[in-house]
Design a protein around this ligand. Structure first.
Ligand code: TRP
Length: 364
């Protein structure tokens, strides 16, 4: 039976093939070669699926305007799970996208009881600072808070209600309460905003998200095709896999042992790597003989998702580790060394990022 996705439920990793089939998400793999200098998240099938991403590639190839839009619900510390979206935002900016990033403070107020002011502080101190330190440039970036969107943005978020039926809302979200419905329609306004008339009208827009956000994408695409006040192109989307927590299981903002934050002290981060779950065998002998089960290894995941850019090097580590030439302890040493130098450099860049904050906030 088809299982619904709950965008406000627990984030589940896994079974991506089935999700693609159930929800009509297309595989990314056939399109990757069309990307100029594909980012490692695309090369490694971590961004595994899409809807209509071909339209974005056409725009990139023709040099015509396109936008990338995504949003964040501020919660807790900015960790390597969050970095995946940041990397994609920056990559799309490099491809020439106009960038829209919504801080979902209305959503976190409605669904997580977070005061607007607190959401704002988190978003700036945790998310924006890290985005800038990771390489986001202020040109062409619209970073805004839902609670401070334009009049037209708020008007549209209400007008869209006419283009959805009760049946659909129930099919997409299951049980909906007023908070969720308001959050969903606000998010549709986020997603369609780059195409508003005052923003230049219809254009290709891609929304990079985790699979849990797909219900919102489907709703936005339906509303785009039905709204009669102006024309919209159906927004495109890409879907990334989730990183697992360091102990296996879920990566969760409420459990600091499940993640490494980009502000963690490098030595503390290394201790978390020491305690992380691996796919290595119990004994040295068994590991030498049978090799590691890499699918089960969250340390390898850190290397593949974040710490090693060079495909050749990663492939060689994969080979040695899966054939038993390399032990888990050795894999962890590689990860710790990469992590240390990444965090040191990143944390220096965060200092500079603080000074550049106003360039971004002035524009919203
Ligand atoms: N609902 C998203 C989350 O839970 C945040 C969000 C708000 C969003 N507006 C968006 C995501 C627009 C993508 C596009 O994280």
């Amino acid at each position: 039976m088809q299982e619904n996705i709950d965008p406000w439920g627990d984030v589940q990793a896994g079974d991506y093939d089935r999700k693609m089939e159930d929800f009509g998400i297309d595989p990314m793999e056939p399109l990757v070669d069309r990307l100029p200098k594909p980012h490692k998240l695309f090369r490694r099938d971590i961004v595994y699926g899409h809807r209509d991403f071909g339209r974005i590639l056409n725009a990139v190839e023709n040099g015509s305007p396109f936008a990338m839009m995504t949003g964040l619900m501020p919660s807790g510390q900015f960790h390597f799970g969050h970095k995946m979206v940041a990397d994609q935002i920056i990559y799309h900016q490099e491809l020439g996208a106009e960038v829209y990033v919504a801080v979902a403070d209305i959503e976190s107020y409605l669904t997580r009881d977070m005061p607007l002011e607190e959401a704002r502080e988190f978003a700036v101190e945790q998310y924006l600072t890290n985005y800038i330190a990771l390489g986001l440039e202020p040109e062409n970036v619209n970073f805004y808070f839902q609670s401070e969107g334009s009049t037209n943005y708020h008007t549209m978020s209400k007008l869209f209600a006419r283009n959805v039926t009760q049946n659909e809302v129930e099919a997409v979200y299951g049980d909906v309460d007023p908070e969720k419905l308001t959050s969903a329609l606000t998010q549709v306004a986020d997603i369609l905003q780059p195409q508003f008339e005052e923003r230049g009208g219809p254009k290709p827009v891609v929304v990079p998200v985790g699979t849990d956000q797909d219900p919102h994408i489907r709703l936005a695409r339906d509303i785009a095709s039905r709204f009669s006040g102006q024309d919209f192109a159906k927004p495109a989307s890409t879907y990334h896999k989730f990183m697992r927590g360091l102990q296996g299981g879920k990566m969760s903002s409420s459990d600091p042992n499940s993640y490494i934050a980009l502000t963690d002290d490098p030595e503390e981060a290394c201790e978390k790597i020491d305690r992380a779950k691996t796919g290595g065998k119990q004994s040295r002998e068994a590991q030498r003989k049978h090799g590691a089960d890499i699918e089960e290894d969250v340390v390898f995941e850190l290397l593949a998702f974040h710490l090693i850019d060079d495909d050749e090097r990663l492939r060689e580590i994969h080979r040695q580790y899966s054939e038993g030439e390399m032990l888990s302890g050795e894999l962890k040493e590689i990860a710790k060394e990469e992590m240390r130098s990444f965090l040191r450099e990143h944390q220096e860049r965060r200092e500079e990022a603080h000074e550049r904050m106003q360039e971004f906030l002035a524009r919203s």
